[in-house]
Design a protein around this ligand. Sequence first.
Ligand code: GCV
Length: 717
Amino acid sequence: MTTPDLIDVHPAWLPVEAFRAVGSRRTLVHGDGMLVDTLFDEVERACAANGGTVRRAADPHHGVPATAGGPDAARAQAAATPAQLVFALTATVPGPAPGFRGEAVRSADGDPVEAARAGLGATAVGALGAEGFAVTRQGEVTVVLAEEPAGLLYGLFEVVRRGEAAFGPPYPARVHRPAARRRMLDHWDNVDVHPVMGQVERGYAGGSIFWRDGRPRRDHARLRAYARLLAACGVNAVSVNNVNVHATEARLLTGRLDDVAEIADVLRPYGIRVHLSVTFAAPVVLDALPTADPLDDAVRAWWAETTRRVYARIPDFGGYVVKADSEGQPGPFSYGRDHADGANLLAEALAPHDGVVHWRAFVYDHRQDWRDRSTDRARAAHDHFAPLDGRFRDNVVVQVKHGPIDFQTREPVSPVIMAMSATRLAVEFQVTQEYTGQQRHVCYLAPSWSEVLRFGWGDEGRTVADVAVDGGGLVAVSNVGDDPFWTGHPLAQANLYAFGRLAWDPRLTPQAVLDEWIDLTFDPAATADPETLRRTLHEVMDDSWRSYERYSAPLGVGFMVRPSDHYGPDVDGYEYTSWGTYHFADRDGVGVDRTRATGTGFTGQYPPPWSQVYESTASCPDELVLFFHHVPYGHLLHSGRTVIQHIYDTHFDGVAEVAETRRRWTSLAGLVDAAVHARVGERLDEQLRCAQEWCDQVNAYFYRKSGVPDAQGRALH
Ligand code: GCV
């Protein structure tokens, strides 16, 4: 399996084989525009590999249709043969005009495009939107209708996903529209190699696809391949540099804007807009202004002019991403201003160009005194942002990490998401597996994201997905690098795919998304044993996030990782540091008291019912009990086990599950590509070693602290 034009990179979910159903048919494309050209090229390539043909409908004004695929005779015949697959921009289908009806599209059942349009009904006209499309099967013809080119391209990838099923018995028009308008990936890629963080901060898949050693990487074939992968799963925006903006990266906004424009040019044909992380101190560091105060007129003028130049160079530029007053990044606090002042400054500059600023809510004190038990990092984002609700301009998107701390394996949903109904919020996930095995461990994250998206509160049952859909959409930190498999661990590709699909439709189940990914990526139907392949991949991946949770940090406690690189166990690694991430284990118990009654009061940041549910151990879900409560080791969980026995049992279970996963993966030899099989096998060996280390260290630690033996008498070291 190869990626077209890019033989040294794994094709991920777009191998040539995925286009078999489309590429073996006669396709007619109606419409103009860059993204329709992209669609045409995609189908043309699919036809070249699978024997079909594609032609562009005759332009009523210019007459000559473009035809591609197959030898000359086949092409000539194609022009006269009814199409089996039609892509049509509704605005450009000429309707019952000479030169169109009856030419290459009329089938025995009449004109399927007209039938498809009629099937959409009056209510749907104008309702597909900028990216929506409808697919229908009329007689012998599958028709994809869209109002805009982007919709048509997304329609192609839907047909690809459905494969032969898109060409079965007739079905009425099904309308597909993305739930969230913006579905964005943030790259934490540095232009220069950072002395500590490297080329990609928290990157586990090699170098950056955008930058290398201070320069643009200029591997356009690879960038184009990335763009098509993203379009095929629904992502439509990318920010191209780390939110920690260092000196070189700051200059992307001005002196090195051409580098950004070059990337934008490559991603644009797949409907992907480019965003840029900028430093709040830009006027000072780039142009020696005496201040970056957001209320200063010269600063406002600087941002307005700088932004005007950005749009003059990149007319479809998406906007800015800002990490301010966080982990050393400059921000409005330096000038006695708040985050609404800061965000509105950039929003004002972007507004005339229809741009947005993604302003991150990840603001906390990373120089905390560990002796001070009253300061609670979990509270920080809500403390800073909730009081500002209603003060942000319309084109500010406050970007909130899904949990209150930092992408831990298990956290409650951030209360900020429930507290800012007058602000556009984006929910931020982390596809790169910083705290979940760093793409050395199998950890399918869609079940975790899906739980977050379905989390609801209040009388109207509003969910996290509703907030993102109505507000600023979904954002995630990308897990892609220059690795031949894109993501280091080949199975981590599923996380990237799942993020895009859930951003497009948060109601999809993680299992359904995995089914899609498996069928596209592994082409099971072409193997000797499709069912075994599908079933085993599900067994390996479905529950892998919960397995990871079992052998690492228990009951929502978090941050028992090795400081700095965040891989592997170090139970006390962060306990006496300034980072605000503690577990407070002593000889009697463990966990953080975040109650209103006796703790930091964090539970009070939640609306009902969660403010009550989390306040009491009687109602707090087991998996979060140590996030909200400090409890004795003998505390009885709802599961009927004590906390200490839960720790022992889940750690032993987690390791056993990884061993079983390793065995299952071995059994897939011959059913999956040999290179993929070998790479995943190596990673599973490391995962098993690391899981054992987690188990041994965590169990030994709590045994030594508590003195409580394992009820089953297993060795605890
Ligand atoms: C880009 C965590 C990571 C940092 C990251 C930060 C953020 O703290 O460890 O590497 O910085 O989150 O989200 O800004």
